[in-house]
Design a protein around this ligand. Structure first.
Ligand code: GLN
Length: 549
């Protein structure tokens, strides 16, 4: 039988439900169970693809091209598995399905209502992955906070499932906050009591309470929470703040969250957790032997969640290189040809981030030029690659008006242009070039050294592409296309063979980086930045010595 675990959140948002859910999943996976996680979001957008990153952070893209919540990124990074469209459901998608069915006449004249029609559709999707036969456990994270009007149908669906499924097949974990009042020197359980009460009033009774806390919970507090929230004291789990999200599975293991869950779900067939690779990674992460600084140039730099997968990829790649990667955010709008040298001095590598629209692009182009001319390791992702192409066209090929039709639809020299099949599309949602596509790599190129393979597959999210009309000219002057889509001939990778490390990719390698499988491009970029850093010190020391003499 498939086991269903639901993770709800109370008291406040941003408690890290996704990380707790992913950590529990990791522990169950480490004990030999086949686990997947899905996220149900209560907003009405059909998917987060149309959301500004400031609203909801990065839009994560799966292999099958679904634009999803960034928590799916955590699931993949923790579990080293692929998720899909089925792993992220929104209220918009639920209603879209129900309304389409209504228009088709499926409901045979019935009045279509939240209960049962919406809740039935929610339940169908909650149990869909479980029915595939691929999993022993399906964890469902319910977005939002208990008490929100918009999440009520989800809670109601869990309530119904609680009655429909055998008792030992369903479990609810409720994540709350235990605030510490400095003035009173006390941890306060009342907000947790209230949120559990609210959940119970909706007919859902949590089996496990996970408490985010800045101070340790003593037995007395645990007993109090247990008493008021109707769970056993051992089912009150302390989730103390961790140094890194990757430590949370171990914190949860220490608290025996996995064992409590396995007991309630009456799972007998499991082994001791196999986490040796995970611990090895954590050791490397905690005790780096070097430190480098990478400049991340983008326009959403105020909000770290906007570049979540990139930041996590640096964590993975840093550990692999036993090197701490400090990411310095640089707002592209504030870079000019005059101040670029000063703004980027002290960096060991430059990453120009993905993005959309006109804002800040001239700053990005100036930054690329600086990296190209000074030998600073450069890595451009999607829009970052497109900026590198424009910079090369303008400053090396002398095509002064080179541009992208995204920013200048009438551009005379559109070195970046909209893909042919995109030109007919008018709808915005879900219509970009999305998901995994193959890429053939040129023998002997930097890309080849990075991947160690001649065919790779990476995920995409864009509408514009390198304009192949100019390819010859680029290659003759030193920027080569080292990765090409075998079916469409789209340029996927550009690089400068005469530079220590200069590579741009049209796809998003950050979406496939996991703890156990760091993205090769990030690993090699960090390595190049480390080498650059070491050489820079040598140069500095040399100057220092000569001065002393
Ligand atoms: N805006 C660019 C395009 O659509 C780049 C997209 C991106 O960086 N993800 O092609």
């Amino acid at each position: 039988m498939v086991k269903y675990i639901f993770v709800t959140g109370g008291v406040t948002s941003s408690l890290g439900k996704g990380i707790i859910a992913a950590s529990l999943a990791k522990l169950l996976q480490a004990r030999g169970l086949r686990v997947t996680i899905q996220k149900f979001d209560p907003y009405i957008n059909v998917d987060p693809g149309t959301l500004n990153p400031y609203e909801h952070g990065e839009c994560y893209v799966t292999e099958d091209g679904a634009e999803t919540d960034l928590d799916l990124g955590h699931y993949e990074r923790f579990l080293n598995i692929y998720t899909s469209q089925a792993n992220n459901v929104t209220t918009g998608r639920i209603y879209q399905t129900v309304i389409t069915k209504e228009r088709e006449g499926v409901y045979l004249g019935k009045t279509v209502q939240v209960i049962p029609h919406i809740t039935d559709e929610i339940k169908r999707r909650m149990t869909e992955l479980g029915k595939s036969g691929n999993y022993d456990v399906v964890i469902t994270e319910i977005g939002g906070t208990v008490g929100d009007i918009e999440s009520l149908p989800y809670i109601e669906a869990v309530r119904q499932l609680q009655w429909e499924l055998p008792e030992e097949d369903l479990l609810v974990v409720h994540l709350t906050l235990i605030p510490y009042l400095k003035a009173a020197k006390e941890l306060k359980t009342k907000p947790t009591q209230h949120s559990v009460k609210m959940l119970s009033e909706s007919g859902v009774f949590p089996d496990v309470i996970v408490c985010r806390t800045e101070q340790p919970l003593n037995l007395e507090i645990k007993r109090k929470i247990a008493l008021f929230c109707n769970v056993k004291p051992e089912a009150v789990i302390e989730a103390a703040d961790a140094n890194t999200i990757y430590e949370v599975p171990l914190v949860m293991m220490h608290e025996k969250l996995d064992l409590i869950v396995l007991k309630k779900l009456q799972v007998k067939d499991y082994h001791e957790p196999e986490l040796s690779k995970w611990k090895e990674f954590l050791d490397k992460l905690k005790y780096p032997k070097a430190k480098i600084t990478i400049g991340l140039i983008g326009k959403y730099v105020e909000l770290q969640d906007a570049y979540k997968s990139i930041l996590e990829s640096f964590v993975h790649a840093g550990a692999m290189n036993e090197c701490k990667v400090q990411v310095q955010y640089i707002h592209s709008e504030f870079i000019t040809p005059e101040n670029v040298g000063e703004k980027l001095s002290g960096l060991d590598g430059l990453l120009v981030a993905p993005g959309f629209g006109n804002r800040g692009i001239e700053g990005k182009i100036s930054a690329v030029r600086y990296a190209r001319e000074t030998g600073l390791p450069f890595f451009g992702i999607c829009l970052g690659m497109q900026m590198a192409v424009i910079e090369f066209a303008r400053n090396v090929l002398g095509i002064k008006e080179a541009h992208s039709t995204e920013m200048m639809p009438e551009a005379k020299d559109a070195v970046i242009d909209m893909m042919e099949e995109q030109k007919k599309i008018t709808m915005k949602g879900g219509t970009m070039r999305l998901g995994a596509y193959p890429c053939d790599i040129k023998q002997g190129s930097l890309a080849h050294r990075v991947y160690g393979a001649l065919r790779v597959s990476e995920r995409h999210r864009h509408r514009y592409e390198f304009n192949n009309w100019y390819l010859d000219q680029f290659e003759r002057h030193g920027m080569i296309a080292s990765g090409i889509n075998p079916d469409t001939n789209l340029v996927e990778i550009t690089e400068l063979p005469n530079h220590p490390f200069f590579i741009g990719v049209q796809y998003h390698p950050e979406l496939k980086s996991t703890v156990e499988r760091p993205a090769p491009l990030f690993v090699h970029f960090v390595k190049a930045a480390k080498e650059f850093h070491e050489k820079r010190d040598v140069v500095k020391n040399a100057v220092f010595h000569s001065e002393v003499i």
